[in-house]
Design a protein around this ligand. Structure first.
Ligand SMILES: [Fe+2]
Ligand SMILES: [Fe+2]
Length: 250
C-alpha cells in the first residue's frame, strides 16, 4: 500500500488564521499510526509569493515524510525556488519537476502564468512533458499541477481554470497515468481528463461554494468551512481509491 496525502491552497500569509488551518491538517497527518508515504501540496502555498511566506511554508511543512510542492497562481517562481526544496531544472519560471518517492513517480507541472489567475502550459512545457512521459515507468505515475482544466459551472472560478487544455489532453491521453492531481478551485472534486481520473484537493484556506449552494457570508469564498485534504491510496492490482477528509480547525 502507498498513501499520498494531497493538500492544496494553504495560502500562508503570516496570519494566525491561515497558519492554524494548515496546522490542523498537518496535525491530523502527524497522528496517523502509519505515516503517509508522501505529502503533495498542489499550489497557492503562499498568498503573495513573498520570501517570508515561503519560510513559513517550509517551517509548517517540515515533516518526517517527503513533501512535494508545486506553484499556483498566488506563488512567485524566484522566491519559491529560493525558499522551498523544489528540484526543477533552469531558473525562474516555470518550475516543473520530476520526483520519485518510493515506488511512485510524480510529474509536477507549473501551470501558473505570472500575474494572472488562470493557468496555461506553453508549447515548450508540453514538449517537455511529452518527453518525460516517453520514459519507461514501472509503478504508479501521477501528474500534478495547480489549475484543473474542467469547469465547475461556476461563473467566477471557471474563468481561472487551465486554458487551452486540449493540447495537454493530447499529450496525456493513452499514457499509463494513475491519476491527475490538482488544486486551485478550493473544492474537493472527482472527475476525469484525457481518460484519466482527475482528483482535486479541497482548499485548506477556504472553500468556494457552487452557485446553487448556500452563498458564503462574504461572497466568493467561505472562510468558515473547515479545511480538508485528499488521501490517495494505491494498492497492488487494485484501482486507485481516494478518501476526502475534513479536519476541524482549532
Ligand atoms: Fe488558491
Ligand atoms: Fe489558485
Amino acid at each position: 500500500m502507498y498513501v499520498i496525502a494531497h493538500l492544496s491552497d494553504p495560502h500562508l500569509d503570516g496570519t494566525d488564521t491561515a497558519r492554524d488551518r494548515l496546522r490542523s491538517v498537518v496535525g491530523y497527518l502527524r497522528a496517523f499510526s502509519r505515516p503517509v508515504d508522501v505529502v503533495l501540496v498542489t499550489g497557492d502555498l503562499a498568498d503573495h509569493g513573498l520570501p517570508a511566506e515561503y519560510a513559513e511554508v517550509a517551517a509548517e511543512l517540515d515533516l518526517d515524510v517527503p513533501v512535494l510542492m508545486l506553484p499556483g497562481n498566488h506563488d512567485v517562481s524566484a522566491p519559491l525556488r529560493a525558499g522551498l526544496p523544489v528540484d526543477s531544472p533552469g531558473q525562474g519560471h516555470p518550475v516543473h519537476q520530476v520526483r520519485y518517492v518510493g515506488e511512485a513517480r510524480f510529474i509536477l507541472l507549473d501551470t501558473s502564468v505570472p500575474g494572472q489567475n488562470h493557468g496555461l502550459l506553453s508549447a515548450e512545457s508540453l514538449d517537455w512533458l511529452s518527453a518525460i512521459l516517453d520514459e519507461p515507468v514501472d509503478g504508479p505515475l501521477f501528474v500534478a499541477f495547480h489549475h484543473p482544466p474542467n469547469k465547475l459551472q461556476h461563473p467566477v472560478l471557471d474563468q481561472w481554470i487551465l486554458q487551452d487544455a486540449e493540447p495537454l489532453a493530447a499529450v496525456l491521453r493513452d499514457r499509463p497515468i494513475t491519476a491527475i492531481l490538482t488544486g486551485h478551485v478550493h473544492n474537493a472534486v472527482a472527475t476525469t481528463f484525457a481518460g484519466h481520473p482527475l482528483l482535486v484537493a479541497p482548499g485548506i484556506r477556504s472553500t468556494g461554494p457552487l452557485p446553487f449552494e448556500p452563498a458564503a457570508a462574504n461572497g466568493l469564498v467561505d472562510v468558515e468551512a473547515p479545511p480538508g485534504l485528499a488521501l490517495h491510496v494505491v494498492a497492488d492490482g487494485q484501482p486507485l481509491v481516494t478518501v476526502y477528509r475534513v479536519v476541524p480547525s482549532s
